[in-house]
Ligand binder design. Structure first.
Ligand code: FES
Length: 84
């Protein structure tokens, strides 16, 4: 798993109901060039419950970078950005 990009998909209650559940399968939707470069894990709340934060679920964290309102397109586009 070393050198792989770590994708953490929040499956905390809030994110789960807003699509985190489907995003757990994100690896299956990635282009093959990206698929081998990542590993995916489910995570508990990534911080949407912090005071003063307006939650925008579902959240996904990619190597420490938090993506709100995550979807397949946003995840692929960020991965392309950091791997080019
Ligand atoms: S439940 Fe997902 S970030 Fe809080």
């Amino acid at each position: 798993m070393e050198n792989k990009i770590k994708i953490r998909v929040c499956v905390g209650t809030y994110c789960y109901v807003y699509g985190g559940n489907e995003l757990k399968e994100i690896k299956d939707k990635l282009p093959s060039a990206l698929k081998d470069k990542v590993y995916v894990e489910a995570s508990v709340c990534l911080g949407c419950d912090a005071k003063g934060v307006v939650p925008k679920p579902p959240y996904v964290e990619i190597d420490g970078h938090l993506i709100p309102e995550a979807n397949t397109e946003k995840i692929i586009s960020y991965l392309m950005e950091i791997t080019k």
